[in-house]
Design a protein around this ligand. Structure first.
Ligand code: FAD
Length: 449
């Protein structure tokens, strides 16, 4: 048993809370998307919420955790799915959001503290002519550290691939969990050691990431009489190398019916494409609309929409926000995470649509995977039983579609195509010898100390 009173006393002036309601609230994420995980994780809670304000305070907390053998689970915005930031074994929930400073921006390279929110980063760097290359649809809540350690890709991945692609993370500064914590600077491909490891391989305090020149963007909803044309248009726009774009998402009817603020603009029964295209690509976009029979039904400035709390940037209807928009009205649905093989992607998308009908509703995003254009999909599933959900995922895999199961919480069981290459378990032995970092998530790890 850990003596939490003594632990808290040793924290000195580092802010903490032991209020059980507050600690439990900060011990959740979006695990409840999964009807399978919900009952398993509903009661999970940490013991102490600790909010360091500097790297020096992070080091003091890490050392105390090593001394007391206290589990430590890092929390950014808490928007992860499948219980990534949920402390299965209790212990310290380490809120990293006070480490939120932009350190420097030089020649398109950003050095930033890991707890910085991504919309705050863009707001600070865009006036200097640079913007994030890539962010999740949770940009307005999520941190850059949470994205690199828990996410996979998102808006921007149509041009730059996912976070796992070479070059998307330049450097990471990591604090180890030992009696005398060390600081390790990872560079280049070494960053794979912390990329999407759910905070099991060190506390990331700083990141260095490549930026893109800031552009004026347009947010667009394009309506199509049939799904096949919407998908072909999406693929044509995504592969148009002369058009700068950040997002191409195809959403089958009836899903758009749940996008409340867009109702007046939408054409009932029609699938839509949501796209974010640079102003310089608008001529080409109009040409493609003509070619594939698409009608632009809604347009806005996404940067303005993002900055105004009352408006919704269109990316908040895409990626895993599509599921959220449906869940707001209908709690009986859940979702899949899948990646279609390049080359056969559209053919397989159609085959799965025909095979599953209303039970699995198609919603897909185009992206580069290992340099090749394809689409991932977060299909919305009408949930009946866990067995049926597994059957659906198995059938997708049998057809050559990769599934990253979002209904399990361990790294090993969850994602095949999302796993980042590299010896992450070996690195964990180096930085977390007592096995205190987010225990239970890297289930094959056996503590070495
Ligand atoms: P958290 O949820 O706080 O943490 C995520 C994981 O990273 C946890 O395991 C945590 O322990 C670890 N972690 C956090 N900070 C650190 C750190 N400093 N050092 C070490 N480990 C750390 N994901 C995508 O990739 N793309 C999407 O488009 C996307 N859309 C989403 C839409 C919705 C509606 C929801 C609910 C989720 C979505 N996600 C998406 C998942 C999630 O929002 C993103 O991965 C997001 O970047 C997580 O950031 P966060 O700050 O909320 O991380």
């Amino acid at each position: 048993m850990i003596d939490w009173k003594a632990f808290a006393q040793e924290l000195g002036d580092i802010p903490f809370s032991d209020d059980p309601v507050r600690v439990k609230r900060r011990s959740r994420d979006f695990y409840w998307y999964s009807p399978v995980l919900k009952p398993q994780l509903d009661n999970v809670s940490g013991d102490l919420l600790v909010t360091p304000r500097s790297e020096e305070e992070v080091i003091r907390v890490a050392s105390l955790c090593a001394k007391y053998r206290a589990p430590i689970t890092i929390r950014g915005g808490g928007t992860g799915n499948y219980g990534q930031a949920m402390p299965l074994k209790g212990g310290v929930v380490l809120d990293i959001t006070e480490l939120n400073r932009v350190i420097r921006l030089e020649k398109g390279v950003l050095r930033v503290q890991a707890g910085a929110k991504m919309n705050a980063i863009d707001a600070e760097t865009r006036p200097q002519g640079w913007e994030l290359r890539m962010y999740p649809s949770t940009k307005r809540t999520a941190t850059i550290g949470g994205f690199v350690c828990g996410g996979s890709g998102g808006i921007g991945s149509v041009g730059y691939g996912g976070l796992r692609e070479t070059g998307n993370v330049i450097a990471a500064r990591v604090v180890t969990v030992e009696l005398e914590p060390r600081i390790i600077e990872l560079r280049g491909e070494e960053c794979n050691k912390i990329n999407r490891t759910f905070g099991t391989t060190g506390i990331v305090t700083e990141l260095e990431i490549p930026m893109a020149p800031a552009l004026p963007w347009r947010d667009l909803v394009i309506s199509f009489a049939e799904f096949g044309k919407a998908a072909e248009f999406g693929q044509a726009l995504a592969s148009a190398s002369g058009v700068e774009k950040k997002l191409v998402s195809v959403i089958d009817w009836p899903l758009p019916r749940y996008f409340q603020p867009l109702q007046k603009a939408l054409i009932p029964e029609q699938p839509i494409v949501i796209a974010m295209v640079a102003e310089s690509g608008m001529q080409a976009l109009h040409d493609l609309c003509r070619q594939f029979g698409g009608t632009i039904v809604f347009e806005q400035d996404p940067v303005e929409a993002e900055a105004t709390p009352a408006t919704t940037p269109l990316f908040e209807y895409t990626w895993n926000h599509t599921t959220l928009q449906i869940l707001k009205a209908d709690r009986s649905v859940t979702y899949l995470q899948s990646m279609f093989p390049p080359g056969r992607n559209l053919e397989l998308v159609q085959a799965m649509r025909e095979r599953f009908g209303d039970e699995v509703i198609m919603h897909m995003e185009f992206l580069l995977f290992d340099g090749k254009l394809t689409n991932s999909a977060l299909q919305v599933v009408r949930y009946t039983t866990e067995e049926r959900l597994n059957e659906i995922m198995d059938e997708h895999e049998a057809n050559g579609i990769f599934i990253a199961n979002p209904h399990v919480y361990t790294l090993e069981d969850g994602s095949r195509h999302k796993r980042v290459p590299g010896d992450q378990m070996g690195f964990k032995a180096e930085v977390d010898p007592f096995g205190l970092l987010n225990p239970g998530k890297m289930r094959s790890y056996v503590p070495v100390a």
